[in-house]
Design a binder for this molecule. Structure first.
Ligand code: NDP
Length: 334
């Protein structure tokens, strides 16, 4: 029987490519959790997702009420229980906004959508997913949150949650940053990704033994041509994929990135919890796993999945635990 797999932000980029890949394996019934249902339905068709392999459902991560409604709508669908896999993929990136924009609940949008919305969603889904055998939950991370890598450490600004002064003061307008400092869009995104990766370790610590759910994060490689970079200037959008591909070798095409994310919930070997999945080498290489079970690509080295190390910042247990408690308060769980 097919696994029930929920993907947020499945109407674009990584999420859409992953959703299409999983639907085509025939091993998953995919719930595309999207903010724009009409767009979701249109792109699912454009990507050739087989009829009967998916459903498109409304989820606006910038609204805690919408997150709650989504979870209860899922439960109303008798066939969509329990959920086997949850992939938290949606995100916004606002590096050029001079002023913060706010979610319905008054959170700065990058933190509100990328972290708080997913934080509530994962918490509300744990009990249901505990009933599934071999359930997996993955929150898409980023090296930008990883201060010990080139992309995360050397590229200004660095993620830094400080002492979570902003969260402590409630994390709502006019407070825009986790550390309570003035708004800085590029940093807000990185901070939200650190919270995403910390949430994974905390979910593991709090729920893995009691539920059996495997909690993971992953970095797909730099998908330099997704709309995530839509706010960057045109020259950057043109130069960046080229730069990533030929200079750093970290570039990965969207289709392959989608397969990587799909692998995390589909590969029988990706059952370990508290793991940060990464892939070595360049793109378009033969991987051990492929959606149709056949080796893909024309040879070469790399493209193999491996367990990466989290940065010290993400591994900071004290801050992670405080981040969890303050987030639970901010989204109304405690
Ligand atoms: P895209 O912008 O293509 O996709 C983001 C998705 O999130 C879209 O489907 C978008 O919906 C959805 N979304 C945005 N806001 C909301 C909201 N308020 N509620 C619900 N859904 C929302 O970017 P990518 O595919 O590149 O990014 C996907 C993930 O990959 C992110 O977590 C990102 O941080 C991560 N990532 C990306 C990298 C890259 O190089 N691109 C590198 C490392 C990590 P809509 O379709 O309506 O716009």
């Amino acid at each position: 029987s097919r696994k029930l797999t929920v993907i947020t932000g499945a109407s674009s980029g990584l999420g859409l490519n992953c959703a299409a890949c999983l639907a085509k394996t025939g091993r998953h019934f995919v719930v595309m959790a999207v903010r724009d249902v009409e767009k979701g339905k249109r792109v699912a068709k454009e990507f050739g997702m087989p009829e009967g392999s998916y459903v498109v459902m409304k989820l606006e991560l910038g609204s805690l009420q919408s997150v709650r409604d989504f979870v209860s709508n899922l439960k109303a669908f008798k066939s969509i229980r329990p959920v086997d896999n949850l992939i938290c993929n949606a995100a916004v990136y606002k590096p050029t906004d001079p002023e913060p924009a706010w979610t319905d609940d008054g959170f700065e949008q990058s933190m509100g959508i990328n972290h708080f919305g997913h934080f509530l969603l994962t918490n509300l889904m744990v009990d249901d997913m505990a009933k599934a055998k071999g359930a997996r939950m993955c929150i898409v991370g980023s090296i930008t949150g990883n201060t010990n890598t080139v992309g995360g450490g050397l590229v200004y600004p660095q993620a830094d949650l400080g002492k979570l002064q902003g969260f402590e003061s409630g994390a709502r307008e006019p407070i825009s940053m986790a550390d309570g400092k003035p708004f800085f869009g590029a940093k807000a995104y990185k901070d939200s990704k650190v919270c995403n990766m910390m949430t994974v370790s905390e979910l593991h610590r709090r729920y893995h033994d009691s539920t059996g759910i495997a909690f993971s994060s992953m970095y797909p490689g730099c998908i330099a041509d997704t709309p995530l970079f839509r706010e960057k200037r045109p020259w950057f959008r043109k130069a960046f994929p080229w730069f990533m591909k030929y200079v750093t070798g970290g570039y990965v095409g969207m289709e392959e990135a989608g397969e990587r994310l799909a692998q995390v919930v589909d590969d029988p070997e990706c059952t370990k919890s508290d793991v940060y999945w990464s892939w070595n080498g360049g793109a378009q290489q033969v991987g051990r796993w492929s959606p149709d079970g056949k080796p893909r690509g024309a040879g070469g080295s790399g493209g193999e999945i491996f367990e990466n190390a989290q940065s010290d910042a993400v591994r900071d247990r004290e801050t992670a635990s405080k981040m969890w408690d303050l987030s639970a308060k901010a989204v109304g769980l405690t």
